[in-house]
Design a protein around this ligand. Sequence first.
Ligand SMILES: [Fe+2]
Ligand SMILES: [Fe+2]
Length: 338
Amino acid sequence: MEKIVSEGRFLEYILNSMDESLILIDQNLKIQYVNPSGERLFGLEGLPYQGKHIYNESKFVQLPFNYDKKVLDEVLQTGKARKDVLRKTFTGRTLSMNAIPLVEEGVKKGVLVTGKDVTDIVDMQNEIDMAFALTLPNSKVEYKLKNTVEYNDIYDPQTKMITITGIISDGGYRHVVNCLKLLSHLYQKGIAKVIGIDKDQLVQAFIFHDLGKTQPVLSIGDIVDPKKAFEDGKLHAYRGAEIAKQFYSVHEDIVEIIRYHHHGEHELPGTFPWRLRPMYRLFQVVDGLSASITRGGGKVEFSVQDCTLTITEINHRPQYNGTWQVDLFTGTKRRLES
Ligand SMILES: [Fe+2]
Ligand SMILES: [Fe+2]
């Protein structure tokens, strides 16, 4: 078939017409090319940016405070792509960016950076967050959640120490929001039809469960023994239960779930009623999944059949991928072969 445009023009048409912004950088981090959409988004129209160093001689995006390991340096060094890095432009837009190394015959030639404008999605997310804040019992609860930090870390199995790699300043808030998101997925799958599972009580339990938490003050790069640096979860669970009961008059069933949310099943006191066990088990599954999502992405899928819940985890660390089942009535857990 006859070509309607020449190959050279075809590439030009693509680069001019796409909404995504695209930057080509050589191995010395000098800018080779920016497409028209990128010029607009980064506010570069009419500026002599070509041949300039992307970090030192030009301004594309606002870099995080205390930023030493730059993404493009890293991509060039490791030869591995980085995806979904969120950055704000100086024109006030939020971009989700990918940096892909360009390697020809084993030689690193540069990096191709693409950026997708996600400002509207991020704004919508913020609005949902604000709407959620209005449903919280009061501003002290909101304050506590928004000021409880969570840390990203890497665990070294040899030394059993962790290195702090990131700080999520509103980690408590993010954790509860993720718990509720997971709960709403489960609700769609029919979890609230299971005897012993009460959606409204679970929502209450999630909002209050970690209010008794106190976190150590750590900095990025700190290497600590997690057993020494972090308090035993049972202690904040106890305090959370007291807070829910004494300050917010929460239903005693919810208080009990909060009190024991870090106990293993075999550690529960004999007085813990069986009727609360299905909800307690479900609570622990969601709490654990939310903690891992809050601290580093990953996705979860559920299916519910009678009182058995099947969970499939798709983690950014593939060694955690897998499918497992929990029987909410007996507490039996089993991992399925993948
Ligand atoms: Fe907790
Ligand atoms: Fe939690």
